[in-house]
Design a protein around this ligand. Structure first.
Ligand code: GFB
Length: 313
């Protein structure tokens, strides 16, 4: 990927797409192609075909997706499976037809079985049952991976797939019900601090463990692997360690500087007990994350404070 190449970032207003766009701009890439949802509906096949035929990008980062936390995944299964399947099939097929040189597809660590051995290796894909709360999203993402591999095998289309762990960072969705755990807790603890509430409610038992990657680190990994990785096999993108939701809640409490108590609500789902990625392949390829969790949470909280009026919630 060279500086004059035309690079399309699908989903440039989302958490991941915006981080990839920032990263490419910082590195001096300036032939960047984006389209808002109003300009291009990625779930509309003909619009996507025409867009690719008209613009003929050289490289594609496929960061557009319908995403959400445990509650949203469980509540809107049809939207999660349909929109993700539609976006993937239209973008991958149109990119191939338009002669795109390389496409990078983003999956998720929830593609692995609910009870996969920990840490989860790339080879654990399709070796057991999925976590029910996000099976719809996971099935769509698995279809995206297989589509990339099928196009690679049959047409030699260079479509690579990365599996990031749970992500967070600036530009995230801070919706109290539909967001992922980090933005939801940052907002809940902040509101509790502002209103002098006695306690904050954290969903589930607090016992599940999650691995968190700062989104600017993911963007760095995406650009690095777009430049250097050429295989159809998927690659896990993580930090190599995880923490419990109870420990995370303590850390968010510290970052927000909230003085009240934490209460757990076990009537809410825990989801997968643990999702730690094995990152040996990624390390062998020469990449590692830079931002530690407390530092990343602090950046994200400061961004939230400065952007409360315009952030998504
Ligand atoms: O981030 P999260 O919604 O998604 O939840 P998953 C992680 C854990 O945090 C769960 C707990 O055990 C939640 O019960 N939790 C505690 C909370 N308090 C809260 C809260 O206020 N909001 C939220 N959202 N969670 C997602 C999938 O699973 O992982 C997606 O739903 C995606 O499809 C993503 O794959 C990577 O980690 O459980």
């Amino acid at each position: 990927m060279n500086k004059p190449d035309k690079i399309y970032i699908a989903g440039h207003r989302g958490l991941v797409g915006a981080a990839i766009l920032r990263h490419l701009q910082q590195q001096g890439y300036d032939n960047l192609l984006t389209a808002t949802h109003q300009e291009l509906d990625l779930s509309h096949q003909l619009q996507v075909q025409n867009f690719f035929q008209q613009h003929q990008p050289d490289y594609v980062f496929l960061a557009a997706a319908k995403v959400g936390g445990i509650h949203a995944n469980n509540r809107y299964p049809a939207e999660f499976i349909y929109q993700n399947l539609a976006i993937e099939t239209h973008v991958i097929e149109s990119a191939y037809r338009a002669g795109v040189r390389k496409l990078l597809f983003l999956g998720s660590s929830c593609i692995y079985p609910k009870f996969a051995p920990q840490p989860m290796r790339e080879q654990h894909l399709l070796t057991g049952e999925l976590e029910p709360t996000n099976q719809w999203y996971a099935v769509a993402k698995i279809a995206g991976i297989k589509m990339c591999q099928a196009y690679y095998q049959q047409y030699g289309f260079k479509a690579i797939s990365l599996m990031p762990t749970n992500l967070y960072g600036i530009g995230d969705n801070f919706h109290l019900e539909n967001a992922h755990v980090i933005p939801a807790l940052l907002r809940k603890f902040h509101q509790a601090k502002m209103t002098n509430a006695k306690h904050v409610e954290v969903w589930g038992t607090g016992q599940p463990r999650r691995e968190f990657l700062y989104v600017d680190d993911l963007a760095d990994a995406c650009v690095f692997l777009m430049q250097s990785y050429q295989q159809a096999e998927i690659v896990n993108i993580g930090v190599g360690n995880d923490i419990s939701i109870a420990e995370l809640a303590q850390l968010v409490k510290k970052v927000v500087d909230y003085q009240g108590d934490i209460i757990f609500d076990p009537s809410k789902p825990d989801g997968t007990p643990r999702k730690l990625l094995d990152i040996s392949l990624l390390s062998k390829l020469g990449w590692s994350a830079k931002t530690d969790l407390e530092q990343g949470l602090t950046h994200t909280y400061h961004w939230f404070l400065a952007n409360q009026d315009k952030c998504r919630h």
